[in-house]
Design a protein around this ligand. Structure first.
Ligand code: SAM
Length: 355
């Protein structure tokens, strides 16, 4: 992590500025100290772990060896465990979400370049994929970080990607060749950033939060006046009740079992892909257009398998109508609101924070 980016960080608990005693160009292992409340946060493998007390304690139990070397001036034991809004149930969901995605993105690390560019441009449409040009961007919930590398190649100047759990390790490895990308472990509900961003994006994340609207509001706190927010979330489609019925059972399975079970669940997507491509080969474009889930035809089987993991094996999934989402943007007094349907089963939503 480059020392120059520390000025963008804020304490996830009190929003104070973070300071480092390292004066060199990069920090691989170290401590960032809050100038407000005195809490300190470790940097491990070049990733600042800017989590609130409750989640930092969970992280310390997941990677105890990495925490051994840290001499905390503000010891873990002294940290209060929950914030005002964090009930035990809320924290339980956060913990389960942290683990589900850490497993998913340490398992599905590679996505084809064609899939990544296609997903990025189709998601942002009708906005230009170059909308990020010259901007300081935060991606909240970056997964393996493929939107970060797409936004980088579309001209963003400085990028930060954040994940809740240990999927940060994959995102870090995947993006470490770019100097202008920083990976942070943090929580949307305790956003560890100052309001310094021109563009905040969250793709496929808000619908997995225990309180999605509160999470959305929290994202806005990282924006400068006049900054833009973009989220992509799942929409309601006729298959949702069926998918939810299966998910409520399957997400309790141990992760390797869920992984194996999602292979047969992905087979229908492969079948529809073949039908779609077959109809195209026969020049039956109108029929091809009617094939369900044709949007997955650009994906290989591994990417379909990963899509199924994302829908069936995570603890929280919400599905929206446009009428659910528009009030979030209006209540926040955002301007130029654009909510566009994608593939009949999701929503791309955009707005600008008042100057
Ligand atoms: C479905 S993945 C989407 C990843 C990526 N945006 C993509 O489209 O491939 C959801 C991501 O959100 C992150 N996430 C979930 N809850 C979060 C929270 N409260 N704060 C920060 N990140 C969170 C997870 O770590 C995971 O990487």
């Amino acid at each position: 992590m480059k020392s120059q980016v520390i000025k963008f960080f804020a304490c996830p608990v009190c929003k104070g500025s973070l300071l480092s005693d390292s004066s060199d160009g990069g920090i691989e292992t170290g401590i960032l100290k809050c100038s407000g409340c005195g809490r300190d946060y470790p940097v491990i493998r070049g990733i600042p772990r800017l989590l609130p007390d409750s989640l930092l304690k969970i992280l310390a139990s997941q990677i105890p060896d990495d925490f051994k070397g840290f001499d905390f001036a503000f010891p873990l034991a002294k940290r209060t465990s929950l914030s005002d809004f964090e009930t035990e149930d809320f924290l339980k969901k956060q913990h389960a979400t942290m683990n589900a995605f850490a497993y998913e993105w340490n398992e599905f690390t590679e996505l084809t370049p064609e899939f990544c560019e296609n997903e990025y441009t189709r998601t942002l449409a009708p906005l230009s994929p170059d909308i990020v040009k010259g901007k300081t961007v935060l991606e909240a919930g970056t997964g393996v970080g493929f939107f970060l590398d797409r936004m980088n190649s579309h001209g963003a100047s400085l990028l930060f990607g954040m994940n809740l759990g240990l999927d940060v390790e994959t995102a870090k490895k995947r993006t470490s060749r770019w100097d202008n990308i920083t990976i942070v472990q943090g929580d949307i509900f305790h956003l560890p950033f100052k309001p310094d961003f021109n563009f905040v994006i969250s793709h496929g994340v808000v619908h997995h939060l225990p309180d999605p609207e509160m999470g959305f509001k929290s994202l806005l706190t990282a924006l400068k006046p006049g900054g833009e927010v973009f989220i992509w979330v799942y929409g309601k489609d006729p298959a949702v009740p069926f998918i939810e019925l299966i998910r409520k059972v399957l997400h309790r399975l141990p992760k390797p079992a869920a992984n194996a079970f999602s292979i047969p669940c992905a087979l229908p997507l492969l079948f529809f892909k073949w039908v779609y491509l077959g109809l195209h080969a026969l020049k039956q474009e109108r029929l091809a257009d009617m094939v369900p889930y044709k949007q997955y035809a650009v994906r290989n089987f591994r990417e379909m398998h990963c899509t199924i993991m994302d829908k069936l094996f995570v603890p929280v999934v919400n599905y929206y109508e446009e009428a659910d989402l528009r009030p979030w943007f209006e209540k926040a007094a955002l301007k130029n609101i654009k909510i566009s349907g994608r593939d009949g089963n999701s929503w791309s939503c955009y707005g600008i924070k008042s100057a």
